[in-house]
Structure formats: structure tokens, C-alpha cells
Design a protein around this ligand. Structure first.
Ligand code: ADP
Ligand code: MG
Length: 186
């Protein structure tokens, strides 16, 4: 069997980009997957945060506004796609909101990235976010967990339309990472 990195070379793959809702496991699964493949892992939330020079995503929203955050996500994604092949965990809005969505679509149009939607039902997202609320700013001002479920549902179509593949992400992170590996190796 070919090693995953050789497949990256054969198919001229620049990155595996994980998209999906808050709590779908993009960061957690991304780390596991990058480790298994033996390539770098990039968390776009961390990169975008560094570009904005704030301590948290909540601080960026509060001090600089949502658009400043979206611009930072777009810049961080463009830079990440220029790096050696890596697994890139996005933030939940990257695949749905411009300008980062436009950066993702332009890369997708070249056919050199896999975009994997980690699909998760609302109940699973709820239980994960209740355990770990994380640094996740409210987008509408309502209860953060209820909001996350609603936002996830409203973004499903956007995730589906940009994804090159959809993976059930309700199981353990290793199972999700293995399913992604199988897809990449196909
Ligand atoms: P995202 O990056 O998509 O917002 P995270 O990877 O940060 O999601 O996961 C959110 C929370 O859910 C974390 O506390 C993480 O440990 C937990 N989690 C992620 N994936 C799973 C999973 N497959 N099973 C159980 N808990 C998970
Ligand atoms: Mg994350």
C-alpha cells in the first residue's frame, strides 16, 4: 500500500482541510490525522489569532469586530495553503463566510486540496460543547450552545457544497481520522 505522503505527491495534494461546525472535532481530529500521516498540523484559529494580536477569538470580536476576524482567517488560510502539505483545521465560519470562503473555493477550484466536512448531529455537538465551551464568541448574543446548534444547522448546506468528501464525525477522533485516511488513500 502506498504511504499517505506518496499519495500527496502523486495527486499533487497541497492540504487536507477540515471544515464543520463548532465542536465537530476539526482541531482534535486534525491533530490525530496529521500525526498519522506524518505531516504538519495547522489550526487556523491559532494562526488568525496571532495575526490579530489578541488573547482570544472572543477578544478579537469584542475589540476589532467580526469582519476583522474573517479577514484574518482568510489571510491565515492563504498562507497555510502555501506551506508544505499539511492538515488544516478551520474555524466553523471559514467555509461559509467571505473572505475566507472565497480563498477556500479558489483553492478547491485548482483541485489540489481535499475539503472534508466533519458532519455531526446537534445532540453530539451539544454534549461536546457542554463539556468544553472553549474560546467561541457568540455570533447572535443568544445562549452559546443553543446558538452553536442553530448555526451548525444553518451552515450544513454551505459545508456540503464546498466539501470534496463528507465524514461522519460522531465517533472517536481516531475513527474519524482513519475514515479520512481511507478516503485519501482511495
Ligand atoms: P472544533 O475544532 O471542530 O471546534 P474541537 O476539536 O475543538 O472541535 O472539539 C471540541 C470539543 O469536543 C473538545 O473538548 C474535544 O475534546 C471534544 N471532541 C472532539 N472530537 C470528539 C470526539 N470525536 N469524541 C468526543 N469528544 C470530542
Ligand atoms: Mg477548532
Amino acid at each position: 500500500m502506498q504511504t499517505p505522503l506518496a499519495i500527496f505527491d502523486d495527486r499533487n495534494l497541497a492540504a487536507v482541510v477540515l471544515i464543520g461546525a463548532r465542536g465537530s472535532g476539526k482541531t482534535t481530529v486534525g491533530r490525530v490525522l496529521a500525526d498519522e500521516i506524518g505531516i504538519g498540523f495547522i489550526d487556523l484559529d491559532e494562526r488568525a489569532l496571532a495575526l490579530r494580536g489578541e488573547a482570544s477569538v472572543c477578544d478579537v470580536f469584542e475589540h476589532q469586530g467580526e469582519y476583522a476576524w474573517r479577514q484574518a482567517e482568510a489571510a491565515a488560510l492563504a498562507a497555510a495553503l502555501d506551506e508544505p502539505p499539511s492538515v488544516i483545521a478551520t474555524g466553523g465560519g471559514v467555509a461559509c463566510i467571505d473572505p475566507p470562503r472565497a480563498v477556500l473555493r479558489a483553492a478547491a477550484a485548482k483541485g489540489t486540496i481535499e475539503i472534508i466536512w466533519l458532519r455531526c448531529d446537534g445532540q453530539t455537538l451539544k454534549s461536546r460543547l457542554e463539556t468544553d465551551p472553549g474560546d467561541r464568541p457568540s455570533l447572535t448574543g443568544q445562549d452559546p450552545i443553543e446558538e452553536a446548534i442553530e448555526v451548525a444547522a444553518s451552515r450544513a448546506q454551505a459545508y456540503e457544497s464546498v466539501a470534496t468528501h463528507i465524514i461522519d464525525a460522531t465517533g472517536p477522533p481516531t475513527a474519524t481520522a482513519t475514515a479520512i485516511m481511507e478516503w485519501i488513500r482511495r
